[in-house]
Design a protein around this ligand. Structure first.
Ligand code: NAI
Length: 424
């Protein structure tokens, strides 16, 4: 309950300073202030949720013959290392810190060197809220600092969010110390639109699945499979809506798409579009750099959100994670076919289906090999629901009750109520 009170106080301070933290996050990452506010809301909700669970940590009591019994205790792991990505800096730190602290651990958090700011604010807030000194720590740095944390003998667990290649290295380092890891890696998730969907919701869902945070979202539904019967009407509407997205200064109220994280990443995303064209995809809209009218923004890393048509499953833009505002549209004819194609990927983070047929919706998500599935919506992140991947998208879960298991360990105590019967 003591941990719970401190987490609730931290949540209260974040709510109170919402605007200031959201502004800092926009400066940190380049996403629109509109979205940064949503991230900050999800962050304090996460602290409140784990505050609620902190007092519920408990074991089991198991009866044994002759009045003997056993019981289990949920104990903290110790010092947990959190290594974060640059796309959701404050939120990722809260998703890791809240369950870690609720379970009684300490955390050393390393943000991405591209977004060092807001997690420092989080550490200050924790201190103001009454978190004991040294329990939540921030270290800045890049790969070398991350490696140091993973190898450190006092670190008991590593929770990582980032790319698959780094995830592989983290798991290798953790293996040397037999440390548990949670890996939240990339994705190339399918979004399946059946012809019996509510079209406007499906269009909204496809935009939500692709263009939040400039498309730099691990669970994005970037392979949009559309039943051929509605391909034209769906595509037309998606293109129309995509062209209306307001790009520009992320601190302006009406901006809905800010700047990508850095120049190399922007170049990389542009490279994927160029390659898509070479491989036969058609750019239906966007894809070019965007230069805002405001002269002070002319060197910003802005681009126009892009919709690709005429895509096939073997194209690089359909197989690889682009991590930018690029949607690929792929027609399909039957449920059986689309499920097979949707699962034909090394990733398995998320998936979505739009249909009014409830049996079909449940049947399809049951068949999807992905950790986070949506029916008739996409990319909402209620903290009550566990989140994490299958296959190369990683393992372990963040959020929900499930995360408590990944930040605690089980001790079993066996209690003898009779005499010891020795076999010797
Ligand atoms: N699943 C997700 O939420 C995210 C996925 N990504 C993917 O990763 C790609 C590159 O983004 P980056 O930020 O460069 O990801 P990254 O995987 O290189 O970096 C993520 C974090 O790991 C740290 N790190 C890097 N190398 C390390 C090492 N050897 N040992 C320990 N820590 C290390 C970084 O400093 C950063 O804090 C993106 O294009 C995207 O595909 C990026 C951000 C989030």
């Amino acid at each position: 309950m003591e941990r719970s009170r401190v987490l609730l106080e931290a949540a209260r301070i974040i709510r109170e300073q919402r605007e200031e933290i959201a502004t800092l996050e926009t400066i940190n990452n380049g996403k629109s202030i509109f979205e940064a506010r949503v991230d900050i809301d999800i962050s304090w909700q996460c602290l409140e949720y784990y505050a609620g669970l902190a007092g519920s940590l408990a074991g089991e009591h198991i009866q044994l013959p002759g009045g003997s019994f056993g019981y289990t205790r949920r104990e903290p792991l110790g010092v947990c290392a959190g290594i974060g990505a640059w796309n959701y800096p404050f939120q990722v730190a809260c998703w890791k810190a809240a369950p870690a602290l609720a379970c009684g651990n300490a955390m050393v958090f390393k943000p991405s060197p591209f977004t060092p700011l807001t997690v420092v604010r989080l550490a200050e807030i924790f201190t103001e809220a009454g978190v004991p000194k040294g329990l939540f720590n921030v270290v800045q740095g890049g790969a070398a600092t991350g490696q140091f944390l993973c190898h450190h003998p006092d670190v008991a667990k590593i929770s990582f969010t980032g790319s698959v290649p780094t995830g592989i290295k983290i798991m290798g380092m953790a293996a040397k110390g037999i440390k548990p890891v949670t890996l939240e890696l990339g994705g190339k998730s399918p979004l399946i639109i059946f012809s019996d969907c509510a079209l406007e919701n499906a269009v909204n869902g496809a935009l939500m699945a692709n263009f939040l945070t400039q498309g730099e979202v691990c669970c994005n539904g970037t392979r949009v499979f559309v039943e051929r019967k509605i391909l034209d009407v769906f595509t037309k509407e998606v293109v129309k809506r995509t062209q209306k997205i307001k790009i520009g200064d992320p601190l302006l109220e009406d901006t809905r798409m800010g700047a990508l994280i850095n120049r190399p990443h922007l170049d990389r995303v542009q490279g994927f579009i160029k390659q898509a064209k070479e491989q036969g995809a058609e750019v239906l809209c966007g894809g070019d750099l965007y230069v805002p009218d405001d002269p002070k923004l002319k060197n910003g890393y802005y681009m126009q959100p892009c919709v690709l048509g005429n895509c096939t499953d073997d194209m690089t833009c359909v197989k690889e994670e682009i991590f930018g505002p690029v949607m690929s549209i792929l027609p399909f004819d039957t449920e059986e076919e689309v499920v097979e194609r949707a699962n034909n990927t090394k990733f398995g983070l998320a998936g979505g289906v739009f249909t009014r047929d409830i049996q079909k919706a449940h049947r399809v998500v049951a068949a999807l090999k992905a950790g986070m599935c949506f029916i008739n919506n996409y990319n909402i992140s209620p903290v009550e629901l566990p989140f994490g991947g299958y296959k190369a998208s990683g393992f372990g879960r963040e959020n929900g009750r499930a995360a408590m298991e990944y930040y605690s360990q089980l001790k079993t105590v066996c209690v003898e109520m009779g005499d010891v019967e020795s076999v010797f």
